[in-house]
Design a protein around this ligand. Structure first.
Ligand SMILES: Nc1ncnc2c1ncn2[C@@H]1O[C@H](COP(=O)(O)OP(=O)(O)OP(=O)(O)O)[C@@H](O)[C@H]1O
Length: 249
């Protein structure tokens, strides 16, 4: 579906040139679930922004193997419109694209799929963090994206809610099969969700782990633990020393 080839991106920060990304090669096949994991500042969001077309790389190419994919994005915060009911928030992006009847059908279907039907008339302020995030996911899914980009969407949730949201996301992916790229700093989450885990450190891909464990995955199981250990070992190897350079005058 998408191929990133030799992607590089720099930022100038306080007289320093920071390589946010260097030499990134990444292939996303249609219907795949990829997780990108790495510590804070390793370039995950920058990579996601380039995939979303919200930032352009300094070097390299983003190649699309067919028509440009329809993209949905879910952020760490739900970013709902507080003056609109749940169903209206979900319908918002559809309102100028399809007729009223289609909107109603698609919103009802997605409310069902995400278990939000009972809350269609609730206001965002009446929702828990987990439910608000589920609305954000429903709002992205209702647009029927080919590519769903998720930037640490469960990071602010408690461990129990995060776990059930992870299971729900896997079920949604299995039902609809969008291509998913999911960014996280949590190695366990990356292993529980992804078919492929891309390990990012200091702006570079330092490892790729194929996770061949059936869903739903038990994060405490032997296979998941072994995968997690392998990913962690690569992420903890010493970083490249030359990422931040003083700019020459
Ligand atoms: N708009 C910007 N201007 C300047 N520097 C930036 C900008 N965006 C990102 N950077 C720098 O690029 C590097 C990568 O940032 P990025 O946000 O992609 O990392 P991240 O892995 O998503 O971090 P986090 O997990 O903390 O969100 C960091 O050193 C950051 O300071």
């Amino acid at each position: 579906m998408l191929e990133l080839s030799n992607i590089g991106k720099h930022y100038d920060v306080a007289g320093h040139r920071v390589a946010a990304l260097s030499g990134i090669d990444l292939t996303l096949t249609r219907g795949s679930f990829t997780t990108i994991v790495g510590r804070s500042g390793c370039g995950k969001t920058t990579l996601l922004r380039i995939l979303a077309g919200l930032a352009s790389p300094d070097t390299g190419e983003v190649l699309s193997g067919g028509p440009a994919p329809r993209i949905g994005v879910v952020f760490q915060e739900a970013r709902l419109m507080p003056w609109l009911k749940v169903a209206e928030n979900i319908a918002f992006g559809l309102r100028k694209r399809v007729d009223r009847k289609t909107i109603d059908e698609r919103v009802s279907a997605i409310l069902d799929l995400t278990g939000l039907s009972a809350f269609r008339s609730a206001m965002p302020a009446q929702l828990s963090g987990g439910m608000a995030q589920r609305v954000a996911l429903a709002r992205a899914l209702v647009m029927e994206p080919d590519l769903l980009l998720m930037d640490e969407p469960f990071a602010a949730l408690d461990a129990f809610t995060r776990r059930s949201m992870q299971n729900e996301l896997v079920s949604l992916w299995q039902a609809r099969k969008p291509t998913i790229v999911f960014v996280t700093h949590d190695v366990e989450e990356a292993v529980v969700l992804g078919q492929t885990v891309i390990e990012l450190s200091e702006g570079r891909v330092v490892g790729r782990q194929t996770v061949d464990i059936p869903y739903p995955r038990d994060p405490t199981g032997v296979e998941a633990s072994l995968c997690r250990r392998a990913v962690l070992a690569r992420l903890l190897t010493p970083a490249t020393p030359d990422r931040m350079q003083t700019k020459p005058d």
